[in-house]
Design a binder for this molecule. Structure first.
Ligand code: HH2
Length: 299
């Protein structure tokens, strides 16, 4: 059996056993909560992808639909219209990592199987599905391509999710619901070594629930799949920092990413790639320096 920390994505694979993968965000949208409108022009988006890869983004996550709380769904046709020129440019000339370390993988953040199918035809390596297979056709589309698949936890849709934050034990319930989505992916033919899990920080979560998920990252790592955490610039940080706007949440985002990595997250999804790469190089070294945890501490 292959290592669960080798994530296979079509003809590529990311070794997550020591080095944390950094996923850089490029939203080709008019309305994303932090970078909405900045990368809607294809030329600007393509340049941003190349810039993030040059800063060390192992993956570029392209989104064409905002999933901020209250956001309304965007049609598949419109998502494809926004994504296609960017995907074509990255397929023709992949975005290069620094120091000759190869090229960034391309991930597409979509809940739509039709969008995923087209993105995969255009060379995407990963489908990042924040609904974790709500679209009944999604699993088969991903399985047929051998792409990587991110299954993120959410309840409801971005429009309704903040009315669905009642949990008795947020970590136990997120874990159980992610397990159900893994079963759905497996039933559709997605191999285990393609799957990454994500607690969905801020998706159907109140601020204190996002904090508890971060604090208890290790319990989600124990599900046996690489864990991705996306806390970058999210509103739970602002609540702790006197209401700072999204463009002033860098230090809070770095703190959250660092903690997640020390606790075992293997991929972080972020807006600020250069700073995050430096922070997680330290965090993963601390994690690797920790002695293996014994069965229990003396009383
Ligand atoms: N968060 C957002 C979008 N996609 N995907 C995963 N796997 N994990 C996340 O935490 C996650 C995600 C929301 O952030 P952003 O893309 O910056 O904003 P918007 O949804 O408004 O485009």
């Amino acid at each position: 059996m292959s290592s669960p920390l080798l994530w296979r994505c079509r003809d590529r694979a990311l070794d997550l056993s020591v080095r944390t993968a950094v996923m850089g965000i490029v939203n080709v949208t008019p309305d994303s909560f932090s970078d909405g409108g900045r990368w809607l022009d294809p030329a600007a988006a393509i340049a941003r992808c190349r810039e993030l890869a040059a800063e060390g983004a192992d993956l570029i996550d392209l989104g064409a639909e905002s999933t901020r709380p209250g956001a309304v769904a965007v049609s598949a046709d419109e998502q494809v219209r926004r994504l296609e020129p960017v995907l074509r440019a990255l397929a023709a000339e992949p975005a290069r990592l620094p120091d000759g370390a190869g090229t960034a993988l391309v991930s597409v953040d979509t809940r739509s199987a039709a969008v995923a199918r087209r993105a995969l035809e255009l060379g995407a390596h990963v489908i990042n599905d924040v609904s974790a297979l709500d679209d009944p056709a999604m699993g088969a589309v991903v399985a047929a391509s051998g792409a990587g698949l991110v299954l993120m936890h959410m309840r409801g849709t971005p429009e309704t999710m903040q009315t669905r934050t009642a949990y008795a034990d947020v970590v136990a319930e997120v874990a159980a619901e992610l397990r159900e989505r893994v079963a759905r992916a497996s039933a559709a033919g997605v191999a285990d070594d393609r799957i990454v899990l994500d607690p969905g920080i801020g998706f159907a979560k109140a601020a204190e629930q996002s904090l508890e998920l971060l604090a208890r990252t290790a319990e989600l790592v124990a599900l046996g799949f690489p864990l991705l955490v996306g806390a970058s610039r999210k509103s739970f940080l602002s609540r702790l920092l006197g209401g700072l706007p999204a463009d002033q949440r860098l230090e809070g985002s770095l703190a959250a990413a660092t903690l997640a990595v020390v606790e075992g997250a293997r991929i972080v999804r972020v807006h600020d790639v250069a700073a995050t790469v430096r922070a997680v190089r330290v965090a993963e070294a601390v994690r690797e320096a920790r002695p293996a945890r014994g069965p229990s501490l003396p009383a």
